[in-house]
Design a protein around this ligand. Structure first.
Ligand SMILES: [Fe+2]
Length: 371
């Protein structure tokens, strides 16, 4: 295994600490005086948005844009791009969950691009961006703050996939565990299991290196040790560990890629509109069982880190955080297309064990079985 990935990508700067988001606008002023703060509804309801805006430096011109909610779509990105084009900005800051960050990241990155977002989603080369992007995650999480990737759904076709460019990587990441306080338990559970899945999949990925393994294993340990505590109310230390684990998993996946859980999660998520983390949580045990024979040494490392069998631990986490399989007993109408999308996914190609249509169908059979 290589020590480093062939290409290594990290955010330019990361600051962390309780209350750190209060400095957001002062930090953003370093990128220019005009910017837009992108956020979700919970930031308004909890009063955090007002507290951030109250600390606006003299001379700064700061607009706000609220993400309408739901999984991020091309239409959301186009709507924000239009705002950014009408009011040229030096920076775009996202304070929110993965959806908020993915929409803001893509819109900032494509601000000066000539084509509609759908063209880049369909594979047109993405031009480099000069707009500074800043990310402060309010869930833990997708790890979006650590990556150049935006996962977006085309509402017209139902296709969910990513766009990416190195220039879309955050110039600044703010990790403030206090932002997790307003996260409801069900969201802590789903987004935390996304982060756990990402840590495990990047550790097992064909693209894993010594460096990403270090990040991924620390992420597994941090998330495993904190997620149930945060789900049950938590404290500063557990929120800090969960947010750190999510960020480290994002760094790991950004530089090692993922695996079959994420190859399945995008086509399933686009069809059923369940939360991404929920889909990951219920696919993970099935994929772990499938992959075990291909990477027994790495399973031993994971199980040494967890102190138990990994499949049993995932089942226990799902049970204790009341995550049930939402696919049980449902029908997957266009299974052939879903399998084709799964096999074409870059995540599936990074899976440590080869995946063919028969293997994907077998996992889908188990996932959709009523038992
Ligand atoms: Fe994910």
């Amino acid at each position: 295994m290589n020590v480093l990935p062939a290409s290594l990508l990290f955010p330019m700067r990361t600051v962390s600490g309780v209350g750190q988001v209060a400095d957001l606008l002062a930090e953003c002023a370093a990128f220019g005086k005009r910017g837009v703060l992108v956020h979700g509804g919970s930031l308004v309801a909890g009063g955090t948005l007002d507290r951030i805006l109250a600390a606006k430096p003299d001379g700064a011109e700061v607009g706000t844009w609220q993400h309408p909610g739901g999984e991020p779509t091309l239409a959301h990105v186009d709507a924000l791009r239009e705002v950014l084009c009408k009011n040229p900005v030096d920076w775009v800051a996202a304070v929110g969950g993965g959806s908020v960050m993915d929409v803001a990241k893509a819109a900032a990155g494509l601000r000066d691009a000539p084509l509609p977002t759908v063209a880049y989603h369909d594979g047109e080369p993405i031009p480099s961006s000069n707009v500074a992007y800043v990310a402060a995650p309010a869930t833990a999480g997708t790890g979006s703050e650590a990556t150049m990737v935006s996962v977006l759904t085309n509402d017209d076709t139902g296709v969910k996939k990513s766009i990416r460019h190195p220039s879309h990587t955050a110039r600044l990441v703010i990790l403030d565990p206090a932002l997790l306080k307003s996260c409801p338990p069900a969201l802590i559970a789903a987004s935390g299991m996304d982060a756990f899945t990402q840590a495990v999949e990047s550790f097992l990925s064909r693209g894993a290196t010594d460096l990403t393994d270090m990040l991924a294993l620390q992420a597994v340990e941090d998330i495993n040790n904190s997620i149930e505590t945060v789900f049950n109310g938590g404290d500063d230390a557990s929120r800090e560990a969960l947010l750190r684990g999510s960020f480290l998993a994002g760094l790991a996946l950004s530089n090692a890629r993922l695996g079959l859980v994420h190859g399945l999660a995008h086509p399933l998520g686009a069809r059923f509109h369940f939360a991404h983390g929920l889909v990951c949580a219920v696919c993970l045990p099935l994929v772990l069982r499938y992959n075990r024979e291909a990477c027994s040494e790495k399973y031993a490392q994971l199980e040494a880190c967890l102190g138990t069998d990994i499949e049993a631990r995932v089942a226990a986490l799902n049970h204790s955080m009341r995550i049930a399989n939402p696919f049980a007993g449902k029908a997957l109408e266009d299974r052939v297309a879903a399998v084709t999308e799964t096999l074409a996914s870059g995540s599936t190609k990074a899976n440590p064990r080869d995946v063919d249509a028969s293997a994907a169908n077998d996992i889908l059979d188990r996932l959709f079985s009523a038992n």
